[in-house]
Design a protein around this ligand. Structure first.
Ligand SMILES: [Zn+2]
Length: 237
């Protein structure tokens, strides 16, 4: 009886539909989205901290450049002081006074450099903390990706089994009936054929009106009848 055989095909088709749906709605997809959102959030926060560090580092560099200029000036003044070219006591004193001022200024700026270095330290710690969190997210994401691949492979194996069983089941069904079944299935949400259980269509779960039921009962077994409510092919007992 090919109609009953078509019910078996329908069972495999429904199983395949369910598996395909399951494949696209695996919890791993949401977990991956969560990982990506977490990473983006962390990266945004890290970028803000990194910008703060750049500002401090630029300030440090500016001070260090100032120190380099002062060191250079001090070298030149020392050179002049000990060159022997300047002999006037007053001029030598002026150079020494200048050297003292330069040394004090250098010390002041170097103190600022130290303060900046100290203020950069906790910022670096913050950045390291973000890097550790980002590495953790990447690690978790890799695990979820592996889990997703495993789940999909398992579902693919099931789909393969169902597909082979469907091919086996459909091979003995008339081509014209298969075409009609496929059309109904496409139009009716994946279910093209249903059993008529007493007076109830198992496709739409509605009870046939007495007049419809009588008509269906009177048709010969070879005639394909459809549910008057949902249009599905009915399999009579
Ligand atoms: Zn129906």
């Amino acid at each position: 009886m090919t109609l009953a055989q078509l019910l078996v095909v329908q069972a495999h088709d429904s199983a395949i539909d369910r598996l395909r749906h399951q494949r696209t709605t695996l919890p791993e997809f949401q977990a991956l989205t969560d990982c990506d959102e977490e990473r983006t959030h962390l990266e945004t926060q890290r970028a803000e901290v990194d910008e703060r560090r750049h500002v401090l580092a630029r300030e440090q560099k500016r001070h260090e450049d100032e120190v380099a200029i002062i060191v250079d000036r001090r070298d030149k003044e020392n050179e002049r002081l000990y060159s022997g070219a300047i002999t006037a006591h007053k001029d030598l004193q002026a150079i020494q006074a200048e050297l003292t001022v330069l040394a004090e200024r250098q010390e002041g700026i170097e103190d600022q450099v130290l303060e900046l270095m100290e203020s950069i330290e906790p910022v670096d710690a913050e950045l390291a903390d973000f890097d550790a969190k980002l590495a953790d997210v990447a690690d978790r994401k890799a695990k979820v990706e592996q889990s997703l691949a495993d789940s999909q492979a398992a579902i693919d194996a099931e789909i393969e089994t169902e597909t082979a069983a469907r091919a086996e089941a459909i091979s003995s069904v008339d081509d014209a009936l298969v075409t009609e079944y496929e059309r109904c299935r496409a139009d009716l949400g994946g279910v093209g054929i249903a059993r008529l259980n007493h007076k109830t269509c198992e496709g739409c779960h509605l009870q046939l009106a007495a007049v419809d039921y009588d008509r269906v009962r009177k048709e010969t077994v070879n005639v394909v009848v459809h549910c008057p409510e949902c249009e599905r092919i009915l399999v009579r007992d």
